[in-house]
Design a protein around this ligand. Structure first.
Ligand code: ASP
Length: 403
């Protein structure tokens, strides 16, 4: 049986067992089952920094020249921005049709601690590590990426036999990382079961029902974006039929769904795109780590849906200008969103504030945020892979043309 089928069975089983066990079993599940899920997440997290650092250096050095790096960089970031803006519009469209929250007069279900969202300049400053080792120790991916890029470019500039020694070293180290990730993935069905069971048992159907419309909007919005945008990208520029693309991505998508972390899914995503979708290591190891931290289409769909939902709940009509503002701040906010569970909720505050929507609405969304996070993270990492396929194919064509 292939791994993604096993993971899927684990997912279904966790829902069935969680619903049957219900609230009375929550203490037992939290004490005995949830820690196993945490161990699984820790195992994956353990590999994030080593795999990002080594594979990015391998990626940059195998590009061979900095001009190619610049070309790929511009294409990647351009595609990331466009797909993110489309995602917010899809969020608006879906929420505009389903009208979640209309007539609903609920009060906040749980407390949210609204942190101040960082400005774009703060994001830029935070990207450059003053102490790369400290960034790695804290698993700060963006500064780690920047550091690895510099080291990679440095190695290219040194050239010759000394560079070769280092390239060989990092190449072997990256290979070891992939092997270890393979080992961790072998136990992923157990990990997924233990991660999801507490969520299902705790939330149960009664908590979910009133907010079902928002969850439905997320499911529909993410599906439309995946099928509409990613299928098109994969088919027209990515060299894959949509079915082949999604099949190749299934393991990573299921891991994203259960871990709610783009960064956590990165090792699996790197493995899937190279082994199943044939993306070259140089492209995957540049495009995916960047995407896991700056490209969040699922989070963008969520911003679109939640801002309309909150407007509906509080009986506010959004103007076209306000919607434009949401697209703009939503795109920036999704770039600044860390690829960790729950980060999107904090960034939603920035979007709501930008158009003067009541922040109390966050409390409403917080109650079901874990469920929404599953959908958005799944879309987040799929978007990175779709862009990786496009860059891979266009670079192949460019190379063929240049010859
Ligand atoms: N959990 C998401 C991710 O890691 C980020 C978010 O909360 O929107 O991709």
């Amino acid at each position: 049986m292939n791994l993604s089928v096993k993971i899927f069975i684990a997912l279904v089983l966790s829902v069935i067992v969680g619903l049957l066990a219900g609230a009375p079993a929550v203490p037992f599940i939290k004490w005995w089952i949830a820690p196993i899920g945490t161990i699984f997440i820790n195992l994956i997290k353990m590999m994030i920094v080593p795999v990002v650092f080594t594979s990015l250096i391998v990626g940059v050095t195998s590009l061979g020249d900095t001009k190619k790096l610049g070309r790929i960089g511009i294409k990647t970031i351009g595609l990331y921005l466009v797909t993110t803006a489309i995602a917010i519009l899809i969020g608006f469209a879906v929420a505009g049709v389903i009208h979640p929250g209309l007539g609903l007069n609920m009060t906040a279900t749980s407390e949210v601690n609204v942190k101040q969202a960082p400005s774009i300049m703060q994001v830029l400053v935070a990207m450059v590590p003053a102490n790369p080792v400290a960034s790695m120790a804290k698993s700060d991916i963006l500064p780690t990426i920047v550091f690895a890029l510099f080291i990679g470019v440095g190695i290219i500039q040194v050239g010759g036999s000394r560079a070769k020694t280092l390239i060989g070293f990092f190449d072997a180290a990256a290979e070891v990382c992939y092997k270890v990730i393979g080992m961790i993935m072998a136990i992923s069905p157990i990990g997924v079961f233990c991660l999801l069971l507490p969520v299902v048992a705790e939330n149960g159907p009664s908590v979910l029902l009133p907010l079902l419309a928002v969850i439905a909007c997320m499911a529909v919005g993410c599906t439309i974006h995946a099928v509409g945008v990613y299928s098109t990208l994969a088919r027209i520029w990515g060299g894959h039929s949509p079915i082949a693309f999604f099949k190749g991505m299934s393991e990573a998508m299921l891991i994203a769904f259960s871990t709610c972390s783009s960064s956590g899914t990165l090792p699996v995503n790197l493995k899937n795109t190279q082994e199943k979708l044939g993306v070259s290591r140089e492209v995957a190891s540049f495009v995916l780590p960047l995407g896991a931290t700056v490209n969040m289409d699922g989070t963008a769909v969520y911003m679109g849906i939640c801002s309309l939902f909150i407007a509906n709940v509080f009986g506010i009509d959004l103007t076209v200008g306000q919607m434009g503002m949401i697209v703009l701040t939503g795109t920036l906010a999704s770039i600044g969103t860390a690829g960790v569970p729950g980060a999107g909720l904090i960034m939603l505050a920035m979007v709501l504030e930008s158009v003067g929507l009541p922040l109390e609405g966050l409390g409403l969304v917080a109650g079901i945020d874990r469920i929404l996070d599953m959908f958005r993270t799944c879309l987040n990492i799929t978007g990175d892979a779709a862009v990786a396929c496009v860059i891979n194919e266009t670079e192949k064509k460019y190379a063929a043309h240049a010859q």
